[in-house]
Design a binder for this molecule. Structure first.
Ligand code: 8DG
Ligand code: MN
Ligand code: MN
Length: 366
């Protein structure tokens, strides 16, 4: 029996970008439950609910010790009524009944399987489910028309659902570096995404490419892709052109969170090292890779925007808008009060403009 006075109370900032969140999570029993409900909400087009569960999970990830009693949570931000109910259930019963019933529901299982196909989002999966398609076999038999991405996704389904290791990410990094150096010497490649935050595995590998001389990076992506293709490294690629310069609605205030860099969604063919070869004798495996090209003048913003986590990024933008009257994107920071762009060459400068303590990548795992 723990008395009220003995219970550790936490004091935590309400924005995830004000907190240090390492990969050392003391409350994974609770955050796993909330993350699953977040995922289910996102897959059901209930984004508001999704964010609420993500925020609650992120808050618990930032706590220095394991929560053992509801009373420890008193006064903490980000915990809504629904999240508290889930937490209470887990603390009292070991599991959340809502999570358990979600996991077992036919719809959730189908959404997981179908959105596990690269190129298939919640909307497509939902349409297929309404047509009676719940798994890959039914999809194959249905005669549904698949686009190029979905065909590749289905073909490499098992590989792409196998987590990518840091060693694989590094091996791909070397290939990308070689490609970039071959087509434009002096270019630089930065590993971003989860691996930059210190994660040991990921669902893909994210790279940002730039050149120290402004303008040299223009047209770089097609050349990099052509080189990779000629060397047989690509199983699939879709390159989208930079639309930043052409847009009329002002660079720091894009219509959505999507940025306008030249980017390439790809599937790499990665040759396995001897010891990784499996019984199937397949000597290569498919790995999802995202490539983004940024001009050097926007590089700091791009690195910050592509390092994640997704919630950390969302919270940075919310902080900028609500607390600082600024607009942050992966391209720029605009100060709406001074009516001007704020230049930066490092992430540290951007945090300083935002009036935030600098949080290194390894502590952005919100
Ligand atoms: P994971 O791959 O290990 O699962 O995790 P991750 O690396 O954190 O996730 P991710 O889905 O690869 O996304 C990496 C970061 O890139 C994340 O902060 C979100 C960001 N990101 C996209 N798409 C876009 C986009 O269109 N614009 C911008 N600015 N950022 C994006 O995934
Ligand atoms: Mn990633
Ligand atoms: Mn990615």
């Amino acid at each position: 029996q723990i008395s009220e006075a003995e219970v550790a109370l936490f004091s935590v900032s309400s924005y995830a970008c004000q907190r240090r969140t390492t990969l050392d999570n003391h409350n994974s029993n609770l955050t796993d439950a909330l993350s699953l409900l977040a995922e289910n909400a996102e897959l059901s087009n209930e984004d508001g609910r999704g964010v609420a569960f993500r925020r609650a999970a992120a808050l618990l990830k930032a706590l220095p010790t394991q929560v053992i009693s509801m009373s420890q949570l008193r006064g903490l931000p980000c915990l809504g009524e629904h999240s508290l109910r889930v937490i209470k259930d887990v603390l009292e019963n070991g599991v959340s009944s809502e999570v358990e019933s979600t996991k077992q529901s036919k719809r959730y299982k189908a959404l997981k399987i179908l959105t596990g196909i690269f190129g298939v989002g919640a909307k497509t999966a939902d349409r297929w489910i309404r047509e009676g398609i719940y798994n890959l076999e039914q999809l194959r038999d249905s005669g549904q028309t698949l686009n190029r991405a979905q065909k590749a996704g289905l073909e490499h389904y098992d590989d792409l659902n196998e987590p990518v290791t840091k060693a694989e990410a590094d091996a791909i990094g070397e290939i990308v570096q070689k490609a970039v150096n071959s087509v434009l010497p002096g270019s630089e490649v930065a590993l971003t995404g989860g691996f930059r935050r210190g994660k040991l595995t990921g669902h893909d590998v994210d790279f940002l490419i730039t050149h120290p001389e402004e303008g040299k990076e223009v047209g770089l992506m097609p050349k990099v892709v052509a080189w990779l293709e000629s060397q047989g490294f690509l199983l699939y690629q879709k390159t989208t052109r930079n639309s930043y310069l052409e847009s009329k609605d002002g660079p720091a205030r894009p219509a959505s969170n999507m940025d306008r860099f030249e980017r390439c969604f790809s599937i790499f063919k990665l040759t396995k090292r001897k010891e990784q070869e499996t019984a199937s004798h397949k000597i290569w495996r498919a790995v999802r890779v995202d490539l983004v090209v940024s001009p050097i003048s926007q590089f700091a913003f791009a690195v910050l925007g592509w390092t994640g986590s997704k919630l950390f990024e969302r919270e940075l933008r919310r902080w900028a808008g609500h607390e600082k009257n600024m607009s942050l994107s992966s391209h720029a920071l605009f100060d709406n009060t001074q009516n001007k762009y704020l230049r930066a060459t490092s992430e540290e400068e951007i945090f300083a403009y935002l009036g935030l303590e600098y949080i290194p990548p390894s502590e952005r795992n919100a």
